[in-house]
Design a protein around this ligand. Structure first.
Ligand code: ADP
Ligand code: MG
Length: 588
């Protein structure tokens, strides 16, 4: 390791030289209390910014072990440090001047969810801390302006690091509170399993968001209040007694008039697979972590999915046990989404009629009379929902405001009434008795076949070289720099992953919480392309192995470049499945 003085000398020496002279700065330098590592230097002032990391030894950072001795507390702490650091760094961005991206200081900005990110990582064994960021090395035109870079490395960054990444400079009370929250959230997760619940929504929770474009809590929202019959009380290790609605395993129907808060409740439950930051309003909304939103997704590609549970005898004679299409209909896409979710090990389906294909969900009585079963390829979800629960143990939470067909099938029926849930199970069941279903019993379905082994077809991740550097997505890079053999990964928000120009449409994978998860998916896909898509391994074992690898070694395990990019965030196993399933570059 070199000294910071050596870096200063070097910077003095290369001032006003051509921009490539900056390449010499690559290396590690000892600053007071931390090491500055220049991992990668950009090629010119307009290219993706340089990658820099800050390394602090555990004994110097000084965080007490009890703040990171469990993975959920460690992730909470990393998240908090990153938020603090982001705020500090933002103030200094572009204070150093020059052309192109000169002076840019960028670090990942966490949203409402607390997620594991490459931008801030603490080693659980010794408390060593790494913070990864991007710096636009300043230039005038295309000549080095190292005076400005000196400001960044010797003035701005030291302030940001000293003020935000050391225990002694942070508010110990807040750190403790966060750790307690993480522990309470984890406790609720464990309680779900113990009590046979699929979700818990605390009394007092604020579910609606400020607006369609803001994820912050709505001000003056009606706080959540559980109906008495579904209220459970949990004794949290830190918060103490917390009451709220426990949604039991089985089939839960959420009905109610339009605009009464049904979808808002479901949305909160969808994102309850993640933990939320203090002040979000959904800190104590916790959902079975395997839960998956199921919706219609017209136009998606489907590869060899056994949708015969729902769809049979298509007029074109297509075999629906290995169904493929480049352009699915509403019902076939939703059927594939169900089967793929089962394949991904999901134990809870979340469905909103707003985003479902009607003919997939129901067939009313009159229609059954007019068009007989023999000429209808679709067995609607309503005829499978109980079988799916009883045979496969998969629960469903279903929002349905316009059709009563599910009353007969549900175990629990909630009515959202002016944002307040009421338990109307008894009343609705009694009404349903008076309108028995006319439908003839549906023959039991056979277990779907999950042995699909993907093969990369032309144009996929491993075949095309790709030379560009990802330009990122506006805010900051969905950039795949740092690979020896570059694969070009770009992301557009949580909508599209583009891998060597092949687009994967993730718009309707609604539980993706962060665009850094998207970038990670790009890396995962590219890694899988190199190591797995040979047609010998099933998609289940591929995802199992890759997520095992990430669990053990971190997201860096799938990035084979010389340094770990900063903008990565670990996705769930379910979203890895979803990504592979939507990648048109695969054949099964
Ligand atoms: P539904 O699905 O029943 O038609 P939504 O969940 O879409 O209704 O909610 C309708 C509107 O009410 C949304 O604008 C939402 O932000 C707002 N809203 C939802 N829950 C609450 C609440 N608890 N307090 C205040 N406003 C809410
Ligand atoms: Mg709705």
């Amino acid at each position: 390791m070199k000294s910071s003085a050596e870096l200063r000398d070097l910077l003095d020496r290369i001032d006003r030289r051509g921009y490539p002279a900056y390449k010499e700065t690559k290396g590690i330098y000892q600053f007071g209390g931390y090491a500055l590592c220049i991992d990668h230097v950009q090629g010119d002032p307009f290219a993706a910014p340089s990658k820099v990391s800050i390394h602090i030894a555990g004994k110097d950072a000084g965080f007490p072990k009890e703040l990171f001795d469990k993975s959920w507390k460690r992730i909470m702490l990393q998240d908090y440090l990153l938020r603090q650091f982001y705020r500090a760094v933002e103030e200094y961005s572009f204070r150093a001047k020059g052309s192109g991206k000169s002076g840019l200081l960028a670090v990942s900005r966490p949203g409402q969810e607390i997620l594991e990110r490459s931008a801030c990582q603490m080693d659980a064994s010794n408390g060593n801390l790494i913070l990864r960021m991007e710096v636009g090395f300043p230039a005038n035109g295309r000549t080095v302006n190292s005076r400005e870079l000196e400001k960044i490395f010797f003035d701005f960054l030291p302030k940001c690091v000293k003020g935000n990444l050391f225990y002694k400079s942070l508010d110990a009370g807040i750190l403790k509170k966060n750790a307690n929250l993480a522990e309470d959230q984890q406790y609720i997760r464990e309680q779900l399993k113990e009590r046979g619940l699929v979700a818990f929504v605390a009394n007092g929770a604020v579910l609606p968001r400020e607006s369609g474009v803001s994820k912050r809590p709505m001000k003056q929202a009606v706080a959540f209040k559980a109906p008495a019959s579904m209220e459970v009380s949990i004794q949290l290790p830190h918060y103490g007694e917390l009451k709220g609605m426990g949604i039991p395993r089985g089939i839960t129907l959420i009905v109610g008039g339009g605009y009464h808060g049904k979808s808002t409740l479901l949305k909160a439950v969808e994102l309850g697979v993640y933990s939320h930051v203090a002040g979000d309003g959904r800190e104590y909304v916790i959902t079975d972590e395997t839960a998956m939103k199921i919706r219609a997704e017209d136009g998606r590609s489907i590869r060899n999915v056994d949708i015969s549970m729902f769809i049979n005898h298509l007029p074109n004679g297509k075999d629906t046990t290995v169904f493929s299409t480049e352009d699915a209909s509403g019902s076939t896409s939703q059927a594939a989404n169900v089967i793929e979710a089962m394949e991904a090990g999901t134990k809870t389906f979340l469905i909103d009629e707003d985003t479902s294909a009607t003919n997939f969900m129901i067939r009313d009585e009159l229609m059954q009379r007019v068009v007989n079963r023999a000429s209808e390829p679709i067995t609607p979800f309503v005829d499978r929902i109980r079988e799916i629960y009883e045979k496969y143990g998969i629960s469903t939470i279903l929002v349905a405001g316009s059709s009563g067909s599910y009353f007969h099938k549900a175990d629990k029926i909630l009515q959202m009434d002016c944002y307040e849930p009421k338990d109307i199970t008894e009343f609705a069941k009694a009404e349903a008795e008076r309108y028995p279903l006319a439908a003839e019993p549906v023959p039991e379905c056979k277990e779907p076949d999950f042995r699909r082994c993907p093969v990369q077809s032309g144009g996929g991740a491993s075949e095309r070289g790709g030379s560009g550097r990802g330009r990122g997505n506006g805010r900051r890079g969905g950039d795949a720099g740092g690979r020896e053999e570059r694969v070009k990964i770009k992301t557009t928000g949580c909508d599209t992953i583009s891998l060597n120009k092949e687009n994967i449409d993730m718009r309707y994978v609604e539980q993706l919480a962060d665009n850094e998860q998207m970038t990670s998916l790009g890396y995962i896909l590219s890694y899988a392309g190199k190591h797995y898509f040979s047609g010998r391994k099933s998609i289940q074992s591929i995802v199992e192995e890759i997520s095992g690898l990430i669990g053990e070694k971190g997201i860096g395990a799938v990035c084979e470049g010389s340094y770990l990019p900063s903008g990565l965030c670990v996705p769930r196993k379910q979203e890895i499945f979803a990504c592979l399933n939507r990648y048109r570059g695969l054949r099964f």
